[in-house]
Each structure stands twice: as C-alpha cells, then as structure tokens.
Design a protein around this ligand. Structure first.
Ligand SMILES: NC(=O)c1ccc[n+]([C@@H]2O[C@H](COP(=O)([O-])OP(=O)(O)OC[C@H]3O[C@@H](n4cnc5c(N)ncnc54)[C@H](O)[C@@H]3O)[C@@H](O)[C@H]2O)c1
Length: 347
C-alpha cells in the first residue's frame, strides 16, 4: 500500500492530537516527531510507536520518505518552518492561524504555489460534522436569507504569550464564516474592541463585529477570563435559526423552524402587527461523532497523494489572516471600522 510519509513538528499542547490522528490514519505512515524539546518529542513518539525523534527540522527534511509535514508550533514560528519545508519539496499542514502576520501569510502562500507544494491550514471546526451540516444548510438556502452569526467563545485561560485572545480564538469563527457562507456573501469590514485587564501586553477580552456584504453581521465574544467555558454560536436566517453548542455533545446542533417576517409595509396595520413571529418545531439532528482531526488528516494525506487542493487551503488561511489583521488595526484605532482585503480562491 502506498502510504504518505508524515512528520509532526511541535509536541506541545496540540501536536499530540495530530500525532494521534495521523497514527490512526490508514493512508499515512507517521515517520517523525520533531520538537525543540527532544525529550517531549520522544515521549510522544513512544506513546504512538513512531520510529524517529529529533529536535532538528533538517533531519525531517532530509528524509525522502517524508512527503507531508504537519506543523503545530507557536504561531510566530509557522512561516519559517513552513518555508523550509517547501524548499525541501514537502507538503505542509499548518496549525491555525496560518502565520503571525498577513504579509508573512501572503509570502507563505506564494512560496507554496511556486514550489507546487500542498499548503493546508488546520481550520479544525470546518471538519466537524456540525459545521459540515450547517454549511450544507446555509448553502442550500435552508435558513432563508442569512441574517446573523453570533458567537460566544469564552473560558478561563490559556492566556497565550505570543498572541492575543483574538488571534487565538477568532480564527475558529473567521474560518467557519469563510467556510459556510455562499460565495455571494463576503466579509467586508471589521470593528474590534478589547481590554487587557491583567496587563499582559495584549487583549484578553475582545468583541469583534464583521460586516457582511449582504448587510448581515457576524459578532464574536472572545474571553480568556471567564469563569465558565462556553462555545456557542447562533445563526439566524429568515426561515430557520440554528444554535450550535459545542460543549453539549448529546445535542450540539439545534435547528429552530422559527423566524420573523415583516408584513407588507404598504398594508395599513397597527405598528405592533408589522412583524410576524413564527415559533416552530426544534430539531436536533443525529450527526456522526467523528473526530474532526481524523478528517483533517485524511484530507491532507489525500491532497498529498492526488495533488488536489484541500478545502481549507493556504488561501482560506489568508482570508482568515486578512480578518485578523483588520481586527488588530481596528483595535488599535479604538474600534474604528477597517476594510478587509479580499483573497479569491485559487491561484
Ligand atoms: N486547531 C486547533 O483547534 C488548535 C488548538 C490549539 C492550538 N492550536 C495551534 O497549534 C499551534 C501550537 O499551539 P500549542 O498550544 O500546541 O503550543 P505549545 O506551546 O503547547 O507547543 C508548541 C511546541 O512547539 C515546540 N517548538 C517551538 N518551536 C519549534 C521549532 N522551531 N521546531 C520544533 N518545535 C518547536 C515547542 O517546544 C512546544 O513543544 C498554534 O499554532 C496554535 O494556534 C490549534
């Protein structure tokens, strides 16, 4: 069987999840675990029977049997590690966000395209059964007119040292918006405010609003200093409304057959009769509990073998970075609205 040789770089908090899923992926052969902390890499490799361990990326790149490198190192190191991989002719799966700046991300995508390398970003949520279902509904028009996306992503910690709360948590929502919205609805501008109550040097509490081209908004409430953990998104449409509660495994998705309609305004009616509310049934679809990262691993391995473009390619990573970059500029301008540059799909 022709399996794809894979190396995982970064054995910290997230790396072990990549190792576990590539180890389980039948189309992949996990050849290396690499971490600057070789002892950490060795422990992780030992747990999953991975043959080779190193603290040096050059060891990984010198192995001709390695075709894909999955990178789970701190964001500030993504660009340099990925570019070394492209130069060595390897394909890359990189953790979100793609890079530490929009410029670095643009350079990465150009380098990958010039080298003919696959560049996939681990926008994990796009591979969950819930988001795949939501995307199908939104794109089939099942929600009616798209009215809003409203997200709460809060918990206590982990306060990151190299990125603020927006760069840590908003990539999830930005990548989901990019993934589920039909092509004719684009993010156009962004406004962000936030605070740093601990004085760590960047915001730990943030409120971000994205204005969409159809007049709808997407709002995110991001907080590292919340006593409770919440991962809840509401999506409103004129026909149906969705609630996605990701820490409720028995009912992650609730679909409400509810909505509001404005009566024909030309009809003479009393003011309170202008809006008609529909309160319909709620359905909680039984969706398969498949670990998203197993789909990520399969998508990357398939792209390596078939040279196909992954769903969450480098350009989707750039669109997310463009939103992060605009959000940071808005934050610096006290919440002023900042236009989001566009990055079309495909080279
Ligand atoms: N997809 C998700 O849901 C998700 C969740 C958490 C983290 N992440 C992402 O994963 C990445 C890593 O985050 P983390 O929380 O695991 O960080 P971490 O600090 O826990 O681990 C990073 C590891 O990388 C190693 N490292 C640093 N520089 C290296 C280099 N040049 N070569 C080899 N190893 C190096 C460190 O020694 C450390 O073990 C980040 O991009 C983060 O945004 C994604």
């Amino acid at each position: 069987v022709d399996t794809a040789g894979i190396a995982v770089v970064g054995a910290g908090y997230w790396g072990p999840n990549l190792v576990r899923n590539f180890a389980a992926d039948e189309g992949s052969t996990l050849r290396w675990v690499c971490d600057l902390d070789e002892e950490r890499a060795a422990q992780l490799a030992g747990r999953f029977g991975v043959e080779n361990v190193t603290s040096k990326l050059t060891d990984v790149l010198a192995d001709d049997a390695v075709r894909g490198v999955a990178i789970a190192t701190p964001v500030s190191t993504h660009a340099a590690i990925a570019e070394a991989c492209f130069d060595a002719g390897k394909d890359v799966l990189i953790e979100k966000p793609l890079a530490h700046s929009l410029d670095a991300g643009v350079a990465m995508v150009e380098r990958a395209e010039a080298a003919g390398s696959v560049l996939m970003v681990d926008h994990t949520f796009c591979y969950t059964s819930t988001i795949l279902h939501i995307r199908d509904m939104v794109q089939a028009g099942d929600l009616g007119l798209f009215q809003y996306y409203d997200s709460i992503r809060i918990n206590l910690g982990l306060v990151q040292s190299d990125v603020d709360v927006m760069w840590d948590l908003a990539p999830h929502d930005f990548s989901i918006i990019d993934f589920i919205l039909p092509d004719d609805i684009q993010p156009v501008s962004i406004a962000a405010v936030g605070t740093d109550p601990l004085g760590v040097g960047h915001v730990c509490v943030a409120y971000v609003t994205v204005n969409l081209s159809n007049g709808a908004t997407a709002h995110m409430h991001l907080n590292w200093l919340s006593p409770v953990k919440m991962r809840k998104v509401m999506i409103g449409g004129s026909q149906r409304m969705l609630v996605w509660d990701d820490i409720r495994p028995e009912q992650r998705l609730s679909i409400y057959d509810s909505g509001a309609d404005l009566h024909d305004a030309s009809e003479p009616r009393r003011r309170e009769a202008l809006v008609a509310y529909r309160i319909g049934d709620m359905v909680a679809p039984a969706l398969p509990e498949v670990e998203a990262l197993s789909r990520v691993a399969a998508e990357f391995r398939n792209a390596i073998k078939t040279r196909s473009v992954p769903e969450t390619d480098g350009r989707s990573g750039l669109r997310v970075l463009a939103m992060l970059d605009a959000a940071t500029r808005s934050l610096e301008a006290d919440g002023a609205s900042v236009a989001i540059p566009t990055f079309p799909t495909g080279p």
